[in-house]
Design a protein around this ligand. Structure first.
Ligand code: GCV
Length: 646
């Protein structure tokens, strides 16, 4: 199938069926503007009188509704008429898609006035897409959904698919997309200058959906693109180059969102090369963007990736806080510090990054990973809504949650040119859930899953079976992979499948330190790396204590003996055996449950899910056997239940 032919592409959560409730009713749309036109197009024919659904752009909301801002909307139903009010066009678009989600329920009974305003002002998806096919990372770095929807083999693609993507994203509440990989190679760097037309073309396609385009840029661009001798952020010539270059970007794209920068990280250039701080670096770009209302997302993913595994004093988990916390209050208002939710790297289980609470005078965006780099690469069904919900609700600073501390939510997209968008069709639910949680972090992830099932798979799909497969799939994945929060144990490079010692003697700083007595990283203040001291109370003391530390994070914070008794009552070693047997068994059950969907979903989707679940069953058994065998051989402790360990 050619990517540009949309006929074979799965409609994800916007199938024609989702519009039935609206299509069968008389609709009036009041207002002007590009996004209002999008709503008109979605609705089809509109009426001026006798409408059952009224979508009205108005500066005035009913007095009982608070301010709606640029993107909010109010919804009510009175006297047989459903009304959406918005103060700005984007609000009307979001209100419209809310009615789509509600379906017939939007037209039942009376509805008191509800106010819907996004919790996060920016809800952004980052694409790690390359323009040229990278010899190791391919067209999309950590992409598991085919190729890029933007580029193929160095050339921009037809934008029909991008348009469909924008529509899908708008229907979840996303309002920003970064087009290219944070590892910026020369071809992508040139998007800022002589390839700017490609960016403008995408911006033109996403604009009607209320989505602004951002670019990952190279900190070295003044040298590599501008021919200057330095990229020193305090150099006047460098600042002038960023100012002029940015002005040209805004001439072409007046609503351009801004820059994303990965600096001094995994080989990318940055301010350290010039003896400058990351605030100096971020502020130089922020100053260039400020006259146009743009922002720079500056990533906090800065650590030494050339560590010596013999050196027990260096702790990768500490790095972001050590680099950035002292800089709090020195970043410009339009510089946003983009912090991964955990201190290491998108693992299946990590504690929350302490940086999120350490920078009260800085705008912080929390970064999640929708693409399943470490959570099964879209070959395993792993619904991440519950994980993200846990992250967002975590009370990191007193009673203030991560959602309360973050100004924005960002995630690495899992979409590609695959006919189901996400490789594994069930991984669509992750993309959908990210948008919904970014709009409203308090939503129940299982209700979000319900919404996705309704929209994407329809009323005939066995909802109970789907919930049984997906509700706990993140915890299931956790149970058969790296135990008790220790992380990694994946095959180096591509990160798929088990390899317990794969990273143990590498420079990457991700170790488990298993020996014959125990396993885990001592990050305590008393005897370890002191990482626990980066947390506010009570977490600094909870994590410090072997007794109080939550089971699921035990090995992240402690080197625990195999016979240490967990809160669950099991020992560390028996927990490893039990969870790995149970987790692998659970995938067999997931595979069996899918049989109930036979004939209820499209045959090609059914076939794809079966193929993926078969692989999940195989891979989970491999994880089980490698992890169990490894720890049996290390510890010499047999399984209390006498099951097969090799
Ligand atoms: C884009 C991890 C991934 C890299 C990624 C990096 C990042 O290390 O494995 O592929 O680089 O995170 O977030 O910058």
């Amino acid at each position: 199938m050619d990517i540009d032919d949309l006929s074979g592409v799965h409609p994800a959560w916007l199938p024609p069926r989702a519009f039935q409730a609206i299509a069968s009713r008389r609709v009036a749309v009041h207002g002007t503007g590009l996004l209002v036109e999008t709503v008109r197009e979605e609705v089809g024919a509109t009426v001026t009188a006798g409408a059952e659904l009224v979508l009205r752009l108005t500066g005035e909301a009913p007095s009982e509704v608070g301010p709606l801002g640029d993107e909010g909307f109010a919804l009510y139903r009175r006297d047989g008429v459903t009304v959406v009010l918005a103060g700005a066009p984007a609000g009307l678009l979001h209100g419209f898609f809310h009615v789509v989600r509600l379906g017939e329920a939007a037209f039942a009974g009376e509805r008191p006035v509800e106010r819907h305003v996004p919790a996060m002002r920016r809800r952004m998806l980052d694409h790690w897409d390359n323009i040229d096919v990278h010899p190791v990372m391919g067209q999309v770095e950590r992409g598991y959904s085919g190729g890029s929807i933007f580029w193929r083999d160095g050339v921009q693609r037809d934008l029909a698919r991008v348009r469909a993507y924008g529509r899908l994203l708008a229907a979840t509440g996303i309002n920003a997309v970064t087009l290219n990989n944070v590892n910026v190679h020369l071809a992508e760097a040139r998007l800022l200058t002589d390839r700017l037309g490609e960016v403008a073309a995408v911006a033109g396609v996403l604009r009607p959906y209320g989505i602004r385009v951002h670019l990952s840029v190279s900190f070295a661009a003044p040298v590599t693109l501008g021919g200057l001798p330095t990229a020193d952020p305090l150099d006047e010539g460098v600042r002038g180059w960023w100012a002029r270059t940015t002005a040209r970007v805004y001439e072409a794209i007046p609503d351009f969102g801004g820059y994303v920068v990965k600096a001094d990280s995994e080989g990318q250039p940055g301010p350290f090369g010039y003896g400058r701080s990351h605030a100096d670096g971020a502020n130089a770009l922020a100053d260039a963007l400020a006259p146009f209302g743009g922002v720079v997302h500056w990533r906090a993913f800065v650590y030494n990736h050339r560590q010596d595994w013999r050196d027990r004093s260096t702790d990768r988990a500490r790095a972001a806080y050590d680099h950035f916390a002292p800089l709090d209050g020195t970043f410009r208002d339009n510089a946003i510090l983009q912090v991964k939710y955990g201190p290491i790297d998108f693992q299946t289980r990590e504690p929350i990054s302490p940086v999120i609470a350490a920078m009260p005078a800085t705008n912080v965006a929390v970064e999640l990973q929708v693409t399943q780099e470490y959570t099964g690469q879209q070959r395993h069904a792993c619904y991440l809504g519950p994980m993200w919900s846990e992250v967002l609700r975590f009370p990191l600073a007193g009673r203030v949650t991560v959602a309360g501390l973050a100004r924005e939510l960002v995630a690495v997209s899992n979409a590609g040119d695959d006919r189901f968008w996400t490789g594994h069709p069930l991984a669509q639910a992750n993309l959908y859930a990210f948008g919904r949680l970014a709009w409203e972090p308090s939503l129940d992830p299982l209700s979000i899953l319900d919404e996705w099932i309704d929209l994407a798979l329809g009323p005939d799909a066995d909802r109970e079976a789907l919930h049984a497969i997906l509700d706990d799939s993140w915890r299931t994945y956790e149970s058969y992979t790296a135990p008790l929060g220790v992380g990694f144990m994946v095959r180096p490079g591509h990160h798929y499948g088990p390899d317990v010692d794969g990273y143990e003697y590498t420079p990457w700083g991700t170790y488990h330190f298993a020996d014959r007595e125990g396993v885990g990283v001592d990050r305590t203040r008393a005897t370890g790396t002191g990482f626990t001291g980066q947390y506010p109370q009570p977490w600094a003391d909870v994590y410090e204590s072997l007794e109080r530390c939550p089971d699921e994070l035990l090995l992240f914070f402690h080197h625990a003996p195999y016979d240490h008794v967990l809160h669950s009552g099991s020992t560390v070693i028996q927990h490893i055996y039990d969870t790995h047997f149970a987790g692998a068994e659970r995938t067999v059950e997931m595979r069996r449950l899918w049989e109930r969907l036979a004939g209820q979903v499209a045959p090609d989707l059914d076939a794809r899910v079966r193929e993926r679940l078969d692989e999940q069953v195989r891979s989970a058994a491999e994880w089980r056997d490698q992890i169990n065998t490894y720890f049996f051989r290390k510890s010499g402790v047999p399984d209390a239940k006498g099951r097969t360990i090799y």
